[in-house]
Design a protein around this ligand. Sequence first.
Ligand SMILES: CC(C)(COP(=O)(O)OP(=O)(O)OC[C@H]1O[C@@H](n2cnc3c(N)ncnc32)[C@H](O)[C@@H]1OP(=O)(O)O)[C@@H](O)C(=O)NCCC(=O)NCCS
Length: 140
Amino acid sequence: MIRYLNSADGIRPDQLKGFFEGWPSPPTPETHATIMRGSYRVVLALDEDRDTVVGFITAVSDGVLAAYIPLLEVLPQYRRRGIGRELVTRMQEELAELYMVDLVCDEAVKSFYVSLGMKPALAMTVRRLDRQSGTTPESK
Ligand SMILES: CC(C)(COP(=O)(O)OP(=O)(O)OC[C@H]1O[C@@H](n2cnc3c(N)ncnc32)[C@H](O)[C@@H]1OP(=O)(O)O)[C@@H](O)C(=O)NCCC(=O)NCCS
């Protein structure tokens, strides 16, 4: 049974295994938990039978006008059963009072976001690969 949570309170690093698929230098589960605690909003999909997180989405925001969705992932073995769509829909509800909600994605998932009501736009980015695993107070 999948349960959706609007908070990462009480989520342990051992419940956050297998994310950041394909990242050369992924954040650790501990850093993943720190990312979620530092986010403006988070929605999690929890497999209650296995007591493990199987999908998550985060948003950062100024709390007035704008939010950015940096991370969305569903574990590979849980994909294509509507969890990603549910996470985005729930996050859209969380951010419904804001003027701007943006994210950057690959061409491969463009149709996924379009089907959820989002519009394509040009994005400009900076990526520091030597910081991909996360900059935390401990790592500075
Ligand atoms: C993108 C992702 C979150 C989708 O999660 P999911 O749980 O498999 O998605 P859903 O099952 O809710 O699928 C919703 C719809 O999008 C479609 N879809 C899902 N993944 C897709 C993909 N990679 N490309 C194109 N369409 C996709 C599905 O066919 C489905 O449509 P349908 O309901 O009409 O059949 C998941 O594939 C993932 O974690 N990918 C790796 C990380 C990633 O790319 N994150 C996005 C960063 S911007």
